[in-house]
Design a protein around this ligand. Structure first.
Ligand code: ASP
Ligand code: MG
Length: 439
């Protein structure tokens, strides 16, 4: 059994949903189909939640109506028979009645998460209606019956696996299952989610839970590219990469994949394929345990980074200094991305600034701190980059024109990271793109 996950743009128009129908009905293998919300829907739901949180009912109502109109225009192009249209109408009515009721009650965070769940519920139900109309046998699975996270918002993989396997066992003859990405239940049994872009994570968790043969992530581009196609002129898809390489790239800004979505598949060695709905025959990118190719494979960039230089003469020959520093970040639940050290100073980068003031205050009690905002981490990823001859040299040479604030090399075999002021990002990416790949 394999997993096929389709993102928002792949289900965002009625004709796209028809393409998805074609794709899931090819081949004999059974599949669990994971759908995102129609593109734009989750953003609208976020806006509705924000308007309600700000007690702006007029704005919330306007946003709900706008989204409602979108769905009312969507379904007649999706299905054609009287019965199917009635059914689609009922589904839309039910979910928008729910949203409208929220205008009359008091708002809280749990309700907000319920709001965010509407997108995936709508997309899967409407898609299922299409399958029914076309008499394509399929089973509708509610992700809320098996996907769950614990009190630290970590997915409960074993429980997910147990529940899902027992649900699937009730349908031994069926071969197509439809379910929602993104949504889950939390430890209080409330509706929750896996954070924005989390449908990829759902797909990978399900793949791990049932030890699927493959986890296919269908998007609107032909795989992971060797550089950001929105920024540099010439990019190309990467044919294959290892789980470790993909995880670094996803974390450091390759928008195509949710950063957490590698580990579940990796843990159970399920190959992940990034495929293009608009061009299903294209090779895309295959992510698996071991790859043969050596050398630089891709470059990704992550913006919104703040660098903190922590300096103390007491650091000289002292032990325990780093622990003291890191404890402060731990206390404020702030993850550190890059670290570089010298004998008297350490620089770290963070992207979550929610507790920056407190962190700086506490660091300031035993060292001097300097802060550089608006920085970009450029991450150069490849198999054995740190062991290939001259790899670091070519990165440095390529960046000769730009001030590099930090370099991190040797932390893993797959990665060289450099930190530059965001104003140099575009040119730095272009230059690396030209110099590190053979065109
Ligand atoms: N619909 C959710 C979002 O837009 C989840 C996803 O599409 O992956 O973030
Ligand atoms: Mg996505």
């Amino acid at each position: 059994m394999k997993i096929m996950k389709f993102g928002g743009t792949s289900v965002g128009r009625p004709e796209r949903m028809h393409q998805v129908k074609d794709l899931i009905t090819r081949g004999e293998e059974s599949k669990i189909v994971v759908l995102s919300a129609l593109s734009g829907t989750t953003n609208s739901l976020v806006n509705i939640g924000e308007a309600l949180a700000a007690a702006d009912k007029v704005l919330a109502k306007a946003k709900i109506d706008e989204l409602h109109t979108h769905y009312n225009e969507f379904y007649p192009k999706l299905v054609t028979t009287e019965t199917a249209r009635k059914k689609a109408q009922e589904i839309i009515k039910e979910h928008f009645e729910f949203l409208n009721i929220l205008l009359k009650i008091s708002f809280n965070e749990a309700i907000n998460r319920d709001i965010l769940a509407q997108g995936e519920l709508l997309s899967t139900k409407l898609f299922y209606t299409l399958l029914e109309e076309l008499k394509i046998p399929a089973v509708f699975l509610s992700a809320l019956d098996f996907m769950s996270i614990d009190e630290n918002a970590e997915p409960e993989l074993q429980k997910i696996s147990d529940r899902l396997k027992s649900i699937l066992a009730q349908h031994p003859e069926d071969t197509i299952f439809i379910t929602q990405g993104f949504i889950c239940k939390n430890h209080l049994n409330e509706v929750d989610n896996l954070k924005r872009g989390g449908s990829d994570y759902t797909a990978s968790l399900i793949a791990a839970a049932i030890q699927a043969t493959a986890c296919e992530i269908w998007t609107d581009i032909d795989g992971m590219h060797n550089n950001d196609p929105r920024i540099v002129d010439k990019t190309r898809p990467i044919a294959e990469m290892s789980f470790d390489e993909a995880a670094e790239l996803a974390y450091f800004g390759a928008k195509i994949l949710h950063p957490a979505s590698i580990w579940p598949a990796q843990q159970f060695n399920v190959p992940v394929k990034l495929l293009n709905t608009m061009d299903p025959e294209a090779n895309g990118t295959l992510i698996k345990a071991k790859v043969e190719s050596i050398g630089v494979k891709a470059i990704a960039a992550k913006d919104g980074i703040t660098a903190i230089k922590i300096k103390s003469s007491r650091m000289l020959l002292a032990y325990g200094f780093l622990r003291k520093v890191f404890e402060i970040f731990e206390k404020y639940k702030t993850p550190i991305d890059m670290i570089t050290t010298s004998e008297v100073a350490v620089s770290v980068t963070i992207d979550d600034l929610s507790h920056l003031e407190h962190i700086l205050e506490e660091l300031g009690t035993f060292c001097s701190v300097e802060v550089d905002r608006d920085q970009t981490i450029i991450c150069i990823v490849g198999n054995m980059v740190s062991e290939s001859k001259g790899a670091i040299q070519s990165v440095i040479d390529s960046l000769i024109e730009y001030p590099v604030r930090m370099v991190s090399f040797g932390g893993s075999r797959h990665n060289v990271s450099v930190l530059v002021d965001s104003k140099f990002k575009k040119e730095a990416l272009q230059s690396l793109n030209q110099d590190l790949f053979t065109w």
